[in-house]
Design a protein around this ligand. Structure first.
Ligand code: DGT
Ligand code: CA
Ligand code: CA
Ligand code: ZN
Length: 584
């Protein structure tokens, strides 16, 4: 897989470099297409291209021409592509970093390079400071401000991987290590286990009877880019995705104590240790021990721990309820009565999903079938509204035809409650993209902001409060419009929105896509405390997106969300009744 990813990366760079040299756009597009095909491909291109008929096999793939096939074979044989190397001699490599800045495309970067001598992020910063950028053609004050914001945001967010990127990697590694001879227990810990929206590094714990074997298996596994440390109890590697992974080998009998310690957060651990001391106990990564005021660590004196095998044992001995990892942030979890939190298996309805009518990949039937196969009782089909032209949003005429098509398709699915809905744009002034008559013809309305996401906070508050207060709106979709690590989104007064949502009985969405996770955990917590209804939706455009549900659920749990407040967990009848209340 890794060769496919490496090659895709190079084809993307070739495309960008070609645009920067002012080459024919078709050449760049061909390279972009090659990158996309390589990323989507499940076969390892390295095995294809060593076959005798390599070129024939490669060109048989849709979208790969002779030139691209030659380049793939060249890369497999030599480890590089001459065209790429030649382009890098003409175009400063630093411009590729400039292209990574959100909102900056090759055309703009080319102008900056030609007219303002920008060759890297640093020279861009200098040019911004000197005021040369805003004098460039077609470069308004707003664009310049956007570049400044993006640079600042990038500096703040650098170095943390998104939850949905880190999670599959960690699961793959845990599975790999679990199969190594001698391994007794293996689990990921750290911020990933707590379900944070971004992850600094991946922490993995294992116990084993053969420490050398697991260290060997870990440092030689596929995807390791660099070994940072390789000891018997701790190994660290950097993997191809640029993420650091730490493996700690711990004593099987005290696995729970180690898991508790390395799950953190650090602040939660501090609270637990304080509590232990008050109870004449002492907590560390080896266990919970009697506190005998001897400075030498108890485990090295053979002192028998009070608890160490499981986390549950330790919480119990500290007279605490078991605290789920998602709550371990020192946000009052030691002093609260912890409710039963929402779980993935509780979810029985998807209330925000797209079909080919707008920008989704599903037909109506495919989407309903997918929801049915997940054991859901309800699926809402919510394609985009007319203002989202880039997403092929529907005008009234197309929407009415779509409603008819959905009603017809739904007849084949007797047990499913299929809802005709819309993800209607919240315009910049808070008005909606369809009139009340049109909205009234829909079973469910998810109102979301898509454009003007750099709006000042006061205006954003007014805009979103108007949307949640609208009598036809059931759910406020991805309320801030942020994209993790790439776009800040709106910064409204969330308490005002929550208050309006409670007053008008509108649900706020946790968009489960790991790029969004919007509402974020802290907003969910505030909403839950106010008794606000919450929807967890995947906003699925394709089948794989439905699996993002878990990230939404993790975010909900971090916000102390119970099944009662999460409308996607309700029974078919209860949900249907609530939806109809807004149609009376
Ligand atoms: P990250 O990686 O920045 O997203 O956040 P974490 O929470 O995964 O932090 P990390 O990887 O530095 O350490 C993993 C856990 O190990 C952390 O949550 C708690 C524990 N830990 C690490 N260093 C300390 C420490 O100095 N004191 C305490 N009490 N715990 C620590
Ligand atoms: Ca970590
Ligand atoms: Ca770590
Ligand atoms: Zn959507």
């Amino acid at each position: 897989m890794s060769v496919n990813t490496d090659l895709a990366h190079i084809f993307d760079e070739i495309a960008a470099l070609l645009t920067l040299t002012g080459a024919n756009p078709f050449r760049a597009q061909a390279n972009e297409r090659a990158a996309r095909i390589l990323r989507d491909m499940t076969d390892d291109v390295a095995t294809l291209s060593i076959a005798d008929d390599a070129k024939k096999q490669l060109t048989a793939l849709d979208g790969i021409g002779g030139g691209t096939a030659d380049k793939i074979i060249e890369f497999i044989n030599t480890g590089k592509i001459a065209e790429h190397e030649e382009l890098l001699e003409v175009v400063p490599g630093g411009l590729l970093d400039v292209l990574q800045i959100p909102g900056l495309g090759p055309k703009t970067v080319k102008v900056m390079w030609d007219k303002a001598d920008v060759t890297s992020v640093d020279t861009l910063k200098e040019a911004l400071a000197a005021g040369t950028i805003e004098k460039l053609p077609r470069m308004g004050a707003k664009t310049v401000q956007n570049i400044r914001d993006a640079l600042e945001f990038q500096a703040k967010s650098s170095g943390r991987a998104r939850l949905g990127v880190a999670m599959p990697i960690a699961q793959r590694i845990v599975e790999h290590l679990t199969n190594v001879k001698g391994v007794q227990q293996c689990q990921f810990a750290g911020s990933l286990r707590r379900g944070r929206e971004t992850i600094g590094d991946i922490d993995i714990l294992a116990s084993t009877t053969k420490p050398k074997d697991i260290a060997e298996a870990f440092t030689t596994m596929a995807g390791v880019d660099k070994i940072l440390a390789a000891g018997e109890t701790k190994c660290s590697v950097r993997i191809d995705e640029g993420i650091q992974v730490d493996l700690r080998v711990v004593d099987d009998k005290a696995f729970g104590a180690a898991l508790l310690y390395f799950t953190g957060s650090k602040e939660h651990n501090v609270r637990l240790r304080e509590r232990a001391i008050k109870q004449k106990l002492r907590l560390n990564e080896y266990g919970l021990f009697p506190n005998d005021d001897d400075d030498t660590p108890p485990q090295s004196r053979g002192v028998k721990p009070v608890a160490c095998k499981t986390e549950a044992d330790i919480y119990a001995k500290l007279d605490l309820q078991y605290i789920p990892p998602e709550l371990r942030e020192d946000r009052g979890e030691l002093d609260a009565d912890i409710p039963r939190l929402v779980e993935v298996d509780d979810i029985k309805a998807e209330l925000h999903a797209h079909t080919t009518a707008s920008d989704g990949k599903f037909t109506i039937e495919e989407l309903i079938t997918e929801a049915q196969s997940r054991g859901y009782h309800t699926i809402a089909i919510t394609d985009h509204s007319k203002s989202s032209a880039q997403a092929n949003g529907l005008d009234e005429k197309r929407l009415r035809a779509h409603i008819q098509a959905i009603r017809t398709a739904a007849k084949q699915f007797k047990t499913m409650n299929v809802l005709c809905g819309s993800e209607v744009d919240i315009r910049v002034d808070g008005t909606l993209d369809y009139d009340d008559k049109m909205l009234g013809e829909l079973d469910i309305v998810v109102a979301s902001p898509h454009a003007s996401l750099a709006q000042e906070p006061k205006k954003a508050t007014t805009r979103l409060v108007a949307a949640v207060s609208h009598p036809m709106v059931h759910v406020l979709g991805h309320p801030t419009g942020r994209l993790i690590n790439s776009r800040e989104g709106l910064s409204p007064d969330m308490n005002a929105i929550i208050a309006a949502a409670v007053e008008h009985d509108t649900a706020l969405e946790i968009n489960a896509n790991f790029m969004r996770l919007d509402l974020r955990d802290t907003h969910v917590r505030a909403a839950v405390e106010a008794g606000c209804k919450i929807a967890i939706n995947t906003d699925a455009h394709a089948a794989a997106h439905i699996d993002f549900l878990r990230y939404g659920v993790l975010t909900g749990r971090r916000g102390w969300l119970t099944p009662e407040l999460c409308i996607n967990t309700w029974s078919k009848a209860k949900l249907a009744t609530w939806l109809k209340l807004k149609r009376q």
